[in-house]
Write a protein that binds this ligand. Sequence first.
Ligand code: THU
Length: 160
Amino acid sequence: MKEITHTCHYKLYAYEELCETDRQLVDAAKQATQGSYAPYSEFHVGAAALLADGAIVSGSNQENAAYPSGLCAERTTLFYANAAHPNQAIKALAVAAYTNGKFTNIPVPPCGACRQVMLEVEQRYHQPIRILLYGTEGIYVVEGGIGELLPLTFDASFLK
Ligand code: THU
């Protein structure tokens, strides 16, 4: 028997410690929470993607009375970015969540389905995505791409 351990590396930044580009991306994710349609959860999530050409594309969660028909902010944003800018790799993705009249103090990590979509976006463009998760008490920055958050991945290589 061999024991195998996966570790997850991320950094905790204060907003003031972020570089200008990262601050802009986080600000865009915060702003995007305002476009959220979340009448059921009242949990308003915004995401912003930094494209290879420097453009920032943002999106938010969109809920539906038939609950599973809704979509998270991360996937809304990634699918929109890929649909509108299919030739642009995604370099970074920032996420912020607003509920009960304020942004969450602890960063909201992406759900499993969004992690799976991030994996395929990374593979499509051969480019790891830096992930910035905003909380009022600090920002988690995952430098190593989605592999840090999604070990033992299922991907297209299994289908060949
Ligand atoms: N949600 C996101 O948009 N992203 C996350 O990372 C976590 C959850 C949304 C889905 C749903 O509209 C609401 O937050 C409550 O789960």
